[in-house]
Design a protein around this ligand. Structure first.
Ligand code: AMP
Length: 350
């Protein structure tokens, strides 16, 4: 489907449509991307590629978590621009809008409606214990109340769609456990209402590190610009970043994550791009220069088609907006059904 010829079909909505547990339908997987920064290679390898790769096997829901972006100091125009950019990039990486659901969180008001009901099922202590809240609240001078209740909104995001699986990195596992605890308690107190979600921890979890500081994770915020390969970086910028990547004083190429984390990171990136194991690939290169040349080529090979498709899609933002509006519309019926069940169960008149 090209942006100009697109017709937005309302296929039997693969995701977010009908309620109820898996069985009558396929496994449903959900992922949210927070528009707080430009997407990078870590996002692509750790989150986007796994979910796009399974969209024909599992019902797939991807939402742009713009409400979560408001939990820390933010710039309104930047959040809006990043939301559109990330949506465009999701389509550019191959998310099929006819097959999967792609929408913006704030355009489906049932997220916030369910959030409130779940807040009435969550203890202050439970939310306060979350490691991410503790870390982020010590870094900020003015802590927003929404930062404390962020994991409850995340629980609402997940439970709203009767999600079966949530692909999570280790950093988000505690939040998923909270969602499970909230769902379990709600079901026990008010009657069976929510599907119990489970974490899908990737078998091989590529954890892409900052190229200029391999002790830090490559990230939208917190990592260095020089050490982060953004999906829309031009080829010469990718080349420069890889060539300046920190290695170590050794001469031979070997895979030893503990003692040579910089080289190990390059080998892991290469393996994630071209296949094979980092140890096996290490044997193919005699110098760091050779290895870096191969990494530049592999990363560029992966990102080039995405960049080109993004350029094409970005020419028609109206198309991307229509995909998002259509996604929210298709998600609405199932979301309304979940909220109705929760309202009735908890004692509201509906
Ligand atoms: P974030 O950018 O932190 O909001 O994360 C969005 C998704 O990308 C999550 O599923 C993360 O686990 C994944 N992710 C973020 N950074 C990396 C990284 N450096 N390596 C692998 N996966 C990552």
């Amino acid at each position: 489907m090209t942006p100009t010829t697109a017709t937005l079909t309302t296929n039997p909505a693969p995701a977010g449509a009908g309620g109820g547990p898996a069985g009558a339908r396929g496994i449903r997987r959900l992922t949210g991307l927070k528009p707080t920064g430009h997407l990078h290679l870590g996002n692509l390898l750790g989150a986007i590629r796994p979910i796009v790769g399974t969209q024909y096997r599992a019902e797939t829901i991807v939402f742009l978590a713009d409400l979560h972006a408001l939990t820390v100091p933010h710039e309104p125009a930047r959040v809006r621009a990043l939301t559109l950019e990330q949506a465009t990039l999701m389509l550019a990486t191959g998310l099929d809008p006819d097959r999967s659901l792609l929408y913006v969180q704030s355009q489906l008001p049932q997220h916030t409606e369910l959030h409130y009901l779940l807040e009435c099922t969550t203890g202050y202590g439970e939310a306060h214990r979350m490691i991410q809240f503790r870390e982020k609240s010590t870094a900020e001078q003015q802590v927003r109340l929404s930062l404390l209740s962020y994991p409850v909104l995340m629980a609402a995001d997940i439970l709203l769609h009767d999600t079966d699986e949530v692909p999570v990195g280790n950093d988000q596992n505690q939040h998923l456990e909270l969602a499970r605890a909230v769902a379990g308690r709600f079901n026990a107190q008010y009657g069976q209402t929510f599907t119990m979600p489970r974490a899908a921890l990737p078998e091989v979890s590529p954890r892409v590190m900052d190229l200029s500081d391999p002790a830090r994770k490559m990230g939208k915020t917190g990592s260095s610009d020089a050490g982060t390969i953004f999906l829309l970086d031009p080829p010469e910028v990718i080349r420069r970043k890889v060539q300046r990547a920190v290695t170590d004083p050794g001469r031979t190429v070997g895979y030893d994550p503990r003692r040579r984390p910089g080289v190990a990171n390059l080998l892991e990136i290469l393996a994630a791009c071209v296949g094979g194991s980092p140890t096996g690939l290490a044997a193919d290169y005699r110098s760091y220069a050779q290895l870096k040349g191969a990494v530049v080529e592999a990363v560029e090979g992966l990102l080039r088609p995405i960049r080109l498709r993004h350029t094409e899609l970005a020419r028609d933002p109206g198309y991307v907006r229509r995909v998002l509006a259509d996604g929210a519309e298709r998600a609405r019926e199932g979301a309304e059904d979940t909220v109705y069940r929760a309202k009735r169960a908890i004692g509201l008149l509906c």
